[in-house]
Design a protein around this ligand. Structure first.
Ligand code: 4AD
Length: 456
């Protein structure tokens, strides 16, 4: 269908005083005695385009003024004092009527209400802006890694090994409803793959195999977690960015994470000024200043042990008590990044008991070379580590956790054949989008959120 994007209408000065054709959905409409005004949006721009219709022109307006109706409009593009440009319509074709039960009649709905209609909420300014920023961020991540010679690899989503060992894998099976077996072993042996399979919680283990061949790799795809966490920052299906680097130690992993976050945020500030101004106005006042400060400042760094000391001294009643050895809860993470540092902060060297089997064991015998990146407002957005490169130490850590070594034989081979120091991290893409847009619920930065008791 021949037409011009509304984004281009605003950007291409040469179109002024020419006849143009645009398509879009009616966002608002005003009718007066001699003229009608339609605000049209085609999704390419946050700013609507005003269509002016002379009521003596013979253009049929009965359906064309209904909110949500899809139109094709022809007319002359002219300068306008209030709107930069507008179209004086010469013809309007109704492509699809939206009757009066179109749910988005009011100008502003709550985000909760819009969650009940994920298929229509995308036609609002908020979601238009969120998904444009999300797209620019995804492209920026690829630009960042590609410019540094990282190879983009696509690991399998169906896997037989649980990377995080937290028992949060969704099972993949072709057994029909009601199938019964004498034992779990018999059940899995008779399943599609002949063994237990599930959806990947992280591409890290496959990423390590690729990094120990290609040096520097990254993955960018969905991870799945069957964790029963009904919180504003957990999804059952989220997008995971996982770089993995050979010949790298923990400080290298930390430097890479900081550079990546700053690059992505800097790109969004540059490429999405209208969307960011919108979020600054409607989601979080001062957002642009906060992000600008973040990219111009060094991130903080603190060890887990130091963080625990500061949390214990804090003049705050935490819901979860703080002791060395405890896992940091969101309330602790937010206290560290918001009250102690008031900026992004890396927490390093966690107790080995609360972290995964694959992390490099530190010389103190108590901690591992892990790192989490915490940011104000959201908490943890990145988790990573230097990996245990020593075969015997890795086997020992796996045995302590009662893991089945046979399932990890490929992974163990990496430590047998030319093992090198290496490490990487996982970025929760949606959590970074929350931080960048000021949107406070992760359900509002994905097209169709999958959470406990919620799929459509
Ligand atoms: O800290 P996590 O569990 O680390 C890993 O999976 C490592 N294997 C990554 C690696 O080193 N390659 O997860 C990494 C990040 C978290 O910091 C968080 O941002 C995000 O993934 N994440 C989730 N995001 C949304 N919903 C969930 N349920 C998430 N679980 C983790």
């Amino acid at each position: 269908m021949q037409h011009i994007d509304i984004k281009e209408i605003y950007e291409n000065q040469e179109l002024i005083n020419n006849n143009v054709t645009v398509c879009g959905w009616v966002r608002t409409a005003r009718d007066s005695k001699n003229v009608a005004f339609i605000e049209l949006n085609d999704g390419t721009s946050l700013k609507h385009l005003q269509i002016v219709v002379d009521k003596n022109s013979g253009i049929e307006l009965e359906q064309a003024l209904k909110l949500g109706t899809a139109l094709k409009v022809e007319g002359k593009l002219v300068p306008s004092t209030n709107n930069i440009v507008e179209i004086n319509a010469s013809a309007i074709e109704v492509l699809g009527i939206a009757p009066a039960d179109y749910p988005l009649q009011k100008k502003r709905h709550t985000l909760e209400f819009m969650r009940t209609m994920p298929h229509l909420r995308l036609r609002t300014n908020t979601f238009n802006a969120v998904f444009r920023v999300r797209s620019v961020m995804a492209a920026a991540l690829h630009e960042f890694f590609q410019s540094k010679n990282f190879v983009y690899v696509n690991p399998p989503l169906i896997t037989s090994s649980d990377c995080e060992g937290a028992g949060e894998m969704f099972t993949v099976t072709t057994h029909p409803y009601g199938a019964t077996f004498e034992s779990a072993d018999e059940c899995y042996a008779n399943d599609f793959f002949g063994k237990k399979a599930g959806l990947s919680v992280s591409a890290q283990l496959e990423g390590e195999t690729a990094a120990l061949a290609m040096g520097k790799i990254y993955t960018f795809g969905p991870s799945f977690r069957a964790e029963n966490s009904n919180t504003p920052k957990h999804l059952a299906e989220f997008w995971h960015v996982e770089p993995e680097v050979a010949f790298a130690e923990l400080p290298d992993v930390i430097a890479l994470a900081e550079e990546m976050v700053k690059y992505v945020i800097g790109t969004v500030l540059k490429k999405c000024p209208n969307e960011m101004a919108f979020f600054d106005k409607f989601m979080e006042n001062g957002l642009i200043d906060r992000l600008t400060k973040l990219i111009n400042d060094d991130f903080g760094t603190i060890t887990y042990t130091e963080a625990i000391e500061l949390l214990k001294k804090a003049d705050v009643e935490f819901q979860y008590p703080v002791e060395w050895g405890c896992d940091l809860q969101t309330e602790h993470e937010r206290y560290i990044s918001e009250k102690i540092f008031n900026k992004a902060v890396f927490v390093t060297n966690y107790p080995k008991e609360i972290k995964s089997f694959y992390m490099k064991q530190n010389a103190d015998g108590k901690t591992v070379a892990a790192v989490d990146l915490l940011v104000p407002g959201v908490g943890e957005i990145i988790g990573g580590s230097e990996r245990e490169a020593d075969y015997d130490k890795l086997v020992e850590a796996m045995n302590i956790r009662g893991m089945n070594l046979d399932l990890y034989s490929d992974y163990l081979d990496l430590r047998k054949f030319g093992s090198v120091p290496h490490g990487g991290f996982g970025l929760g893409f949606e959590r970074l989008i929350m931080y960048v847009t000021g949107v406070s619920n992760i359900r509002d930065v994905v097209l169709f959120p999958r959470t406990v008791n919620n799929i459509r």
